[in-house]
Design a protein around this ligand. Sequence first.
Ligand SMILES: [Zn+2]
Length: 255
Amino acid sequence: MSRHASTELLRGYAGGDDLATDVVWAVEVHLETCADCRARLAAEADSVTPLLDQVWADLEPAQAPAPVRRGRWLVTWATPVMGPWLAMTVLVALFALLADLLIPPPLPSLALLLAPIAPVAGVAAAWARALDPAHELVAATPRAGLYLVLRRTLAVLMVVIPLMAVATLTSPLRWLLPCLAFTVATLALGSFVGVRHAAAALIGGWAALVIGPSLVTARPPVVLEPAALGIWAAVLVAGVAVLALRATVYTRLEN
Ligand SMILES: [Zn+2]
């Protein structure tokens, strides 16, 4: 199941070509765990010895402090395709905040209705196979698959939670548990049907079954009442259990 970095890719990396930051990061993650590719890189890099020294400094931090590669931290936590998602999420949150300020109760808060599913699209963007050119290489790396998704998911939550806390003008206690449950459910369901399909199904389902009826009846949904928190906790625990069992899906390539 494992894939190796192509010779062209290693040559480009060794030669300091202008590779996308995602690709560079994927190569580096792969090299950490693959002696074969390190050997091939060494062969490729014979003609570029000074660069080889830097690469080995990267690979063996015990020997020398690894030079900081510009943008590397960003790629570990996010992917370039998450930019449009971030812009969209900020716009939706602002729109919801504005709508809530302009349309007084009894209509339930739009921001509150959106808060539980706010991170779902971001999770999908973090795992957008089709849009991530380095995806195959990243996913083929044993450590990279699930850890990368979890790290990027955490990055999504770190953006979404403060944003929705501002937009909802309420305590996050009201929606944080549903928000986390949806995030984990996206990954758990995604391990069966793909993260993007899972995200679309969950957003569609929430919109049709909760947001729509709630706006039509002008009543806050029962699923966001404090009494429902136990159910959300159960969903969260079940999601984590499924994800733990299905973790390998994120570390191997699909054909
Ligand atoms: Zn390899």
